[in-house]
Design a binder for this molecule. Structure first.
Ligand code: AMP
Ligand code: ZN
Length: 105
């Protein structure tokens, strides 16, 4: 989607550093971190929210991506957060999963 900020990031328009990337998703640091470690796991395909995510393979890949990136950075304890819908606080309408961690212990 041309007017989607996360599609632009995935496209490399802002030279965003990816903490992790594979054929299904990218992971990058949240611009306004709400925890010492705050990453966003973002599918490469534009899906508006979890409500529109139908691809079961992609659902599995998102969780595999979470496990891969947390292992890569040595983060063993963390919270996942998925805002779904504007009334729930979703600001960017390209589905994403927040990874929130305190430290790498
Ligand atoms: P949500 O409220 O779940 O839609 O979260 C959107 C998140 O995207 C917020 O935590 C923002 O800080 C973050 N964000 C918005 N623009 C960018 C950007 N250009 N790079 C990194 N994170 C961003
Ligand atoms: Zn998008």
């Amino acid at each position: 989607m041309t007017d989607c900020i996360f599609c632009k990031i995935i496209n490399g328009d802002f030279n965003t550093e990816f903490v992790y990337e594979n054929e299904y998703l990218v992971v990058f640091k949240d611009l306004h971190p709400k925890a010492p470690i705050h990453l966003l796991v973002v599918p490469k395909v534009h899906v508006e929210s979890l409500n529109e995510l139908e691809d079961e393979k992609l659902m599995a890949e998102l969780f595999k991506g979470i496990k891969a990136v947390t292992k890569k950075i040595g983060l063993k304890s963390y919270n996942l957060h998925v805002n779904t819908g504007k009334e729930a606080g979703q600001e960017v309408m390209h589905m994403h999963i927040h990874i929130l961690g305190k430290d790498k212990k």
